[in-house]
Write a new protein. Structure first.
Length: 132
């Protein structure tokens, strides 16, 4: 029974990896699966979707991240074990944008940064400017 459960889990992981590869290659149907997860109410799902978005790495789709720049829910503890330091969904979104857009910000981005309100505003402005 456990072996079968493990096989099912492996199949799901392989299937997801294939879907992710297809999304990176531009398959629209596969992309929609991952883009939909960006709007999930569960932070854990959104974090996975952001990681996948960074892997897909298509600058033409960054508008989909605009709502997440306003998402201030705590998302990930990046501090040492003796001193928690939590970054938010919006902070991780800025990091993903920094990678996908190849460092478009006038400030230094970093995986452990909790961005200031002014920096989040600049990130929104960068996305808005891309729409024009």
């Amino acid at each position: 029974e456990l072996q079968r459960a493990d096989t099912v889990t492996q199949h799901r992981q392989v299937s997801r990896a294939i879907q992710l590869a297809l999304a990176r290659l531009g398959d629209e149907q596969s992309r929609q699966v991952f883009f939909k997860e960006l709007g999930d109410p569960r932070v854990k799902v959104v974090l996975k979707a952001l990681k996948d978005f960074e892997y897909i790495r298509d600058p033409r789709t960054v508008d989909r991240l605009m709502p997440l720049l306003g998402d201030t829910r705590d998302a990930l503890n990046v501090g040492p074990s003796h001193e928690p330091y939590v970054i938010r969904v919006c902070d991780i979104t800025v990091n993903v944008l920094d990678v996908v857009l190849q460092h478009p910000f006038p400030f230094q981005a970093g995986e452990r940064r909790r961005y200031l309100d002014d920096e989040l505003r600049v990130a929104r402005e960068v996305l808005q400017a891309r729409r024009r």
